[in-house]
Design a protein around this ligand. Structure first.
Ligand code: ZN
Length: 63
């Protein structure tokens, strides 16, 4: 993702890293990023609990 340079990892749930970064308005965003190269899923959330829930329920796309 474009904001990777500002990504601060907080925790890992399975293959998914949860971290925070600031958007261009200075607001903290909570990002969930899958570390599986075959998946590449990532999403931003406005709070950490939503990001954690998404990480726990995430299923990697398998080919
Ligand atoms: Zn995945």
């Amino acid at each position: 993702m474009a904001a990777r340079d500002f990504f601060h990892s907080v925790m890992r749930i399975g293959p998914v890293q949860i971290g925070t970064h600031r958007d261009r308005h200075g607001r903290t965003k909570h990002a969930a990023v899958c570390g599986n190269d075959n998946c590449g899923w990532s999403a931003d959330y406005s709070n950490q609990s939503a990001a954690q829930l998404a990480a726990r329920t995430h299923r990697c796309r398998t080919h």
